[in-house]
Design a protein around this ligand. Structure first.
Ligand code: DGL
Length: 305
């Protein structure tokens, strides 16, 4: 799935329209941070679906429904671009989001994550390159990274990488709890990553946007030569290119505002987001995402009862 290259923003889109970014919780802030650093003039609207997180343990149908609701909300806010800052939603609902958003362009993170990992490949001395993928249960089950990595390696004329995956759902909870370093995350990392360590990967893809928050912990549990690959820098570059190509870039001054929305109480979110982004957040707004249910979601819901 390459969701970003062929879309044209609607004719009515203007350069001062916001960019919408979403995740199940605080993980997508790792992407928002890069976007804000590279595109400081852009107005960003971030939605953290804390009331219904985690996504990684939910069924694809449920994640699709949630992702479509958030898309409808962001479209309602007049966004010029949507960034799915969540690997789980990208893996299982990327096509749904693109369909719902069209013609507004959508950037999903899996394609960028797979490309970024292959870009890091030449640094590896061993051939074929050995790649580990860490993600949620849903992302790992979808095998989207394995498939994309093999396809992209083939397109680049590279030898097929050797790939192994590991679902690490507790990393999501640790990230949300603010337990990014210390004894407990070290124990969880040792438990999850012993086989990955033995696999001796050249590159490990942080295939969940929550995981960069635990990067130090994850790195310490892996061989010291292993390179950790995070999609956020390349997602920001892609966003910049799309906006430039369509004449939709906001001027870099004055600094663009960042708005935060949560489907649950924003208190905990605000504390963690302030710590991670190193900025004051005056307010985290509440958003009722269920009220953005589409007809497909309504009939699926009715069918379940
Ligand atoms: N941060 C998300 C991801 O990249 C979702 C994690 C979750 O809610 O389970 O997959």
């Amino acid at each position: 799935m390459n969701t970003y290259s062929k879309k044209m923003p609607p004719k009515s889109a203007t350069s001062d329209a916001p960019i919408g970014i979403f995740d199940s919780g605080i993980g997508g802030l790792t992407v928002l941070k890069m976007l804000h650093e590279l595109l400081p003039g852009e107005h960003l609207i971030y939605v953290g679906d804390l009331g219904r997180s985690p996504y990684g343990t939910k069924s694809p149908d449920t994640v699709k429904r949630y992702a479509r609701q958030i898309t409808r909300y962001l479209l309602d806010r007049g966004v010029k671009l949507i960034v799915i800052a969540c690997n789980t939603a990208s893996a299982v609902a990327g096509d749904d989001v693109c369909r719902a958003a069209s013609p507004v362009p959508v950037i999903e993170v899996v394609e960028s994550g797979a490309n970024a990992a292959l870009d890091a490949g030449p640094a590896a001395t061993r051939k074929p390159v050995r790649i580990g993928v860490l993600g949620t249960e849903a992302t790992v089950t979808s095998a989207i990274y394995v498939n994309r990595l093999l396809e992209l390696a083939h397109e680049r004329g590279m030898e097929a990488p050797v790939i192994t995956q590991k679902a690490c759902p507790l990393f999501v909870q640790l990230a949300e709890e603010g337990l990014w370093r210390g004894e407990i995350p070290d124990l969880v990392a040792a438990l999850y990553l012993s086989e990955m360590r033995a696999f001796e990967p050249d590159i490990v893809i942080l295939g969940c946007t929550h995981f960069p928050l635990l990067a130090q912990t994850i790195a310490a549990a892996l061989p010291s030569e292993t390179v950790l690959s995070d999609c956020a820098p390349s997602v920001a570059q892609i966003a910049k290119k799309i906006l430039c190509d369509h004449g939709l870039s906001a001027p870099s001054t004055p600094e663009g505002k960042i708005e935060f929305y949560c489907s649950d109480s924003g208190q905990a979110f605000r504390r963690r987001a302030e710590r991670f982004l190193d900025m004051n957040i005056d307010i985290v707004h509440h958003v009722d995402l269920e009220s953005y249910e589409d007809e497909e979601g309504k009939s699926a819901h009715t069918g379940r009862h």
